[in-house]
Design a protein around this ligand. Structure first.
Ligand SMILES: Cc1cc2nc3c(=O)[nH]c(=O)nc-3n(C[C@H](O)[C@H](O)[C@H](O)COP(=O)(O)O)c2cc1C
Length: 175
């Protein structure tokens, strides 16, 4: 099997990086050659046959590094398969999940040329300590983040299963 995959991720608090690392490890266990990088450090997509793009949602918007990456790389990304994952819901509540899915769908709709081979929304981790400016927003009593406890809704079995399926689905593109 030949053909390099790039897993590019955008994170504020580290949980998306950990998911990207688990996806990378699973793809490698399936025999695939994989590089992993924070999206903002990706300089060129030359040499990569497939891109896996992962980023979290904040205030209804996808991480700005992911949005910038899509904006800058339209031409390269239309020439190769792209798989997308996002982190959002901080619980397993179905209503919350649907709300986050709608946010992600809205963000992706801004890039009508993007036709991901697969798109997945994973549960996220809400951090125990927020940094500025998030800490300032959460301090407002009217904010939905006010007093919100730390949580971790990442389902590692589902994440690894998604990556295993991805490895199978990508095989034709990597030949
Ligand atoms: C300040 C803040 C705002 C958030 N806003 C949203 C949101 O609007 N929609 C959503 O689905 N998830 C939201 N989340 C949940 C994050 O997407 C989730 O916690 C994710 O795992 C964070 O990723 P990171 O650790 O890579 O930064 C928010 C989290 C934080 C900390």
């Amino acid at each position: 099997m030949s053909g390099l995959i790039l897993v590019a991720y955008a994170t504020r608090y580290g949980s998306t990086q950990e998911v990207a690392e688990a996806v990378t490890a699973t793809l490698r266990e399936s025999g695939l050659e994989v590089d992993i990088q924070p999206i903002r450090k990706v300089r060129s997509l030359t040499g990569y046959k497939v891109i896996v793009l992962g980023a979290a949602i904040y205030y209804g918007l996808w991480h700005k590094d992911a949005v910038n990456f899509l904006t800058k790389n339209e031409s390269a990304l239309t020439q190769r398969p792209v798989a997308v994952f996002a982190l959002g819901p901080n619980s397993t509540d179905e209503n919350e999940r649907q709300g986050c899915q709608a946010q992600l769908d809205k963000e992706l709709a801004k890039f009508p040329w993007l036709k991901p081979v697969v798109t997945e929304l994973f549960g996220g981790r809400y951090p125990s300590k927020l940094r500025f400016p998030d800490s300032m927003v959460a301090a407002l009593p009217a904010s939905p983040m006010h007093g919100k406890p730390a949580s971790d809704a990442r389902d590692w079995i589902a994440i690894r299963a998604w990556a295993s399926n991805l490895a199978i689905n990508l095989q034709p593109a990597l030949l």
